[in-house]
Design a protein around this ligand. Structure first.
Ligand SMILES: [Zn+2]
Length: 471
């Protein structure tokens, strides 16, 4: 029998606020265990939560970046469960009045994935299991870090779509500058809900949830494994149980953790310590204005207005910093195709070779000038490459570096005229061949002229002069 695969995602994204969502402890990745843990984080009796305004603003911004509508009335609820990473034994979340509703994302194959809701909640601490000593240790630095949970409708039907969806969400959150979205650091985590049903059937099958996938690769692998496992079970006439499973990366398999809980199992109730939150429409409008152009819109603009290839545009939009940098360079020197080429080929080679992260040491204007210098026959392509590497490592201005490195072309036009005349006179046979329709000899003639004028003359200039004389 053939089956339809039905997948919905729950993506947890940590908001990159300066402090936690319900106390003033700092929040960032890493650091000594329990070094950012106040009485509130540790759930001492009598401590009270104070809602972080920045977390609200960031959650709104995330919602707008994902085409959601923003709820002006928000309420917080307690989700009750016991686990040692949660000292209060309840998590403050939003069940009934989430902050964002009804977003959507369109995938490259045209599939529209609807976002049901985004709610704001607090993260739990982290348990570190020490198998050697047989103990588990709790680090509450991550406890109460602001988290948004993005819940989709079951619109996804394979692992590749799931991967692309998560990639788009991560990219948009990074552009909105509300989340670092680094799966390897846990600032973006993904749960996959997956079920199978006979092809075309309106009735959904039994749903299995795979928890905490922490890389794009794992998402694809887990979906593939689970699709296989569930279809095999159904083929054998077995009944699937609704459960939560964990993906073991080493073995590439999912393992049952526990039966899946329903909302009622958590005994949600309104948190009496946090008043209902009213958001003003003006605030939403202000945040909307602060939202930068999203990556997809930039990609379309580059292809449409700058006539650069989609593949190049995709590389440039991998980060907002790169894309902003490229836009600034185009503003400084209006040759988008040449700048895209220099960016995608040479600059990206350096980024990869040096495993570079963060800002460049040179300005967009300096980068633009470097592209212009070749167009103006001031330096060769090889020199451009060398100058870019120096700028990449130490920073600086291309004109100054070119002088220091003795890379400026002399372009002695008088000497060039003489050399061309000499070569054309000496190489009569080659000239006849060229005129007779053999373009290959042009390279030979170029070589002859270059030998006389030396490397201090721009090859473009030599070519231009030679072509003119041959005409
Ligand atoms: Zn705290």
């Amino acid at each position: 029998m053939k089956y339809d695969v039905v997948i919905g995602l729950e993506i947890h994204a940590e908001l990159a606020t300066a402090s936690k969502v319900f106390c003033s402890c700092e929040q960032y990745f890493g650091g000594e265990a329990n070094s950012r843990c106040c009485a509130g984080c540790a759930a001492y009796p009598g401590t009270l939560p104070v809602l972080n305004k920045q977390a609200i603003a960031y959650a709104i911004k995330a919602g707008l970046a994902l085409d959601c509508s923003i709820s002006l009335i928000n309420a917080f609820d307690r989700k009750n469960y016991f686990y040692p990473d949660l000292p209060k034994s309840y998590q403050i979340s939003q069940l009934y009045k989430p902050i964002c509703l009804n977003g959507k994302v369109t995938l490259s194959d045209g599939c529209v994935v609807r976002i049901n809701r985004i709610h704001l909640e607090e993260d739990a601490g982290k348990l570190i299991h020490d198998d050697y000593n047989g103990v588990s240790l709790a680090d509450y630095n991550r406890g109460s870090v602001p988290l948004i949970e993005i819940v989709t409708e079951p619109d996804i039907s394979n692992g590749e779509q799931a991967r692309e969806f998560v990639e788009i969400i991560a990219s948009r959150l990074r552009y909105a500058e509300v989340c670092k979205a680094r799966m390897e650091e846990g600032s973006l985590r993904c749960d996959v809900n997956i079920s199978l049903k006979p092809q075309g059937s309106p009735v959904l099958g039994t749903r299995v949830e795979i928890k905490n996938l922490n890389s794009l690769k794992s998402i694809v692998r887990a979906v593939e494994y689970e699709t296989e496992r569930q279809s095999e079970m159904l083929e054998k006439g077995k009944t699937l149980v609704q459960e939560t499973r964990r993906f073991n990366e080493n073995h590439g398999r999912t393992i049952s953790m526990r039966n899946k809980e329903e909302a009622q199992d958590y005994r949600y109730f309104p948190d009496p310590d946090i008043p209902v939150l009213k958001i003003e429409q003006e605030e939403v409008d202000e945040i909307r204005k602060s939202l930068p152009e999203m990556p997809q819109a930039r990609l379309e603009r580059y292809v449409r207005d700058y006539s650069i290839s989609e593949a190049s545009a995709r590389i440039i939009i991998t980060s907002k910093y790169y894309s902003d940098f490229y836009d600034m360079a185009v503003q400084a020197y209006n040759n988008p195709a040449e700048l895209a080429n220099l960016f995608v080929v040479e600059l990206f080679r350096l980024i990869n070779d040096h495993q570079h992260e963060g800002d460049f040491k040179f300005s967009a204007a300096a980068f633009a000038r470097l592209a212009q210098m070749v167009d103006q026959n001031l330096i060769t392509r090889a020199a451009q490459k060398k100058i870019l590497e120096i700028m990449f490592i130490k920073g600086g201005e291309p004109d100054k570096i070119a002088k220091e490195e003795n890379l400026i072309l002399e372009n002695d036009t008088e000497a060039l005229d003489k050399a061309v005349a000499q070569v054309l006179a000496e190489c009569e046979k080659a000239v006849q061949d060229y005129k007779g329709g053999n373009p290959k000899v042009f390279g030979f003639l170029m070589g002859q002229v270059t030998r006389i004028v030396g490397k201090a003359t721009s090859p473009a200039l030599i070519k231009e002069k030679l072509l003119k004389e041959l005409e």
